[in-house]
Structures are given as structure tokens and as C-alpha cells.
Design a protein. Sequence first.
Length: 301
Amino acid sequence: MKIAILSQDATLYSTRRLREAGEAQGHNIQVIDYLRCYMNITSHRPSIVYKGKPLENFDAIIPRIGASRTFYGTAVVRQFEVMGVFATNESQAISRSRDKLRCLQILAKQGIGLPVTGFAHATQDIDGLIETVGGAPLVIKLLEGTQGIGVVLAETSQAAKSVIEAFRGLDANILVQEYIKEAKGADLRCFVIGGKVIASMKRQGAAGEFRSNLHRGGRATKIKLTPEEKSTAIRAAKAMGLGVAGVDLLRSHHGPVVIEVNSSPGLEGIEKVTTIDVAGKIIEYIAKNAEASKTRDRIKY
């Protein structure tokens, strides 16, 4: 098969591993910087041009779209879809997962466990917003934030008001969520491929840090998920329409709750902690499913 990895940097661990795994399984793998692609949008022969040459005869693509490049990246993915190319994650699914508010609303509609979450526009409604999530301590998140950036733990109501007013003064959209104290600064990363959890790890935040992101000093360990945690992760990925997803959960007193669904989950941490060939399993998923190279997305929102 001829497979394209849409990535801005061929040297990144995840991109390298996907290329190595694809080539090891006998496929023709090409890394394409999607920002250097341009599109010929026509009814009869839509095409994508890269470095002056049309991209043709691809059987599948693996989108590795950076969060700050979602708009253009999903446009390129969508153009491949128009051309009948199979995508591990389709453009609509990527867009859903990147919009934190939309993501949470879809998960809530499906009855999937979530932290109590509030969203408002006007600063005059701050007291009511804080009360909605049970008061302080609470977590404040920028809708556009990634990798723990733009996530603040407010210990008191006054601190929460100050942070919310500051963000709203910058015209930034924010979410306010209950703080799951019992999680103790740890979350679970569940790697879902084709409706199955194939690897999982527990990420523990550094001392004094409630965010568990590994690049912020967090540490990861292999963990066995409960049946409910597996089911929650699978349902979350399905609700987003994602074939490949990193679903992040917290263990709360009322069961697992989803805090994020990632459409371009990194491979380095999960592979090193679990020793599972995650990249290889993504390639196997493509080989099994790329035959039906038509848009599969049937979600209406």
C-alpha cells in the first residue's frame, strides 16, 4: 500500500515510528508536510499538489495535524477524502476533538462520564458559573489550549474570579470544570485504535503540579484499566468518530471521567512505557480497513 503521513517534521518520534512500522510491513510510506500542500478543488479531478507535483495513487493517510494548524490541516485531509483516500482520522473527527466545547457537548449527549463543566461569555455571570461546577477549587481551561497550556487550578473563588476576568479581558473563550481531587494529579492515557484499547498508561504529575503532561515533568507507568475505563475510552473515541485516539481519563468517586480526546496522540510515551508496538498496530489497522476507501463519518454534529 502507498501511505502518506501528514506531518510537519519527519524527525519527530511519532512520525519516524509510523514510517518505520509501515516500511517494516512492506508498505510505501511518504512523509508529507501538509502546510506545503496546495489544492486544486474541481468537480472532475480534485487533486493535491506537493513540491510542484500532484499527490496521486495513495491508499491511505495518517494525519498528524498540529493543534495550531487545525484549519489548514483538516482542509488537506478533507481534500484527500474527496479524492477517495482512506484516513485513519477524518477531517470532521479531527475538528470535533480539537474544539473542547463541542467535544464535551457530544460526549455529554452520549452519556459519557465528564467532570462537571461550565461555559459562559459574559464576566457578569462568573459567580453563577463557579457555582455550576460546585465552587472552588476548580480548573479553568482555555478552549484553544493544548498540552497543559492555558490550564489553571484556582484554589479559591476569588482566585477563580480573577483568572476568569483576566482571560475574558483578552476575549479568550474558557471552560470551567470541577477539580477531581481524588485523582491526585494523575490521569490515564488510553490509546484506542479501531474501537479497541490497545495500550494504556498512568501519568502522574510532578510534585506540586496538578497537570500530568510528561513534558511538564510528569512520569508514566504501565497500568491495567478496569472494564468501565476501557468502555468509556472506546465510547469517547467512537463519539468523536476517531479511528485512532488518545483518550485521557481521571478516576473519580463517580467513575471514570473524560478530560480530553486527542486525535494526534503521541507515540513515544505510550510505546516506551508499555513496550507495545503502537505504530505497528496503526499500520495494521490501515491495512485492514483501507479497502473501503470512502468517508465513514456518519455523526451529525
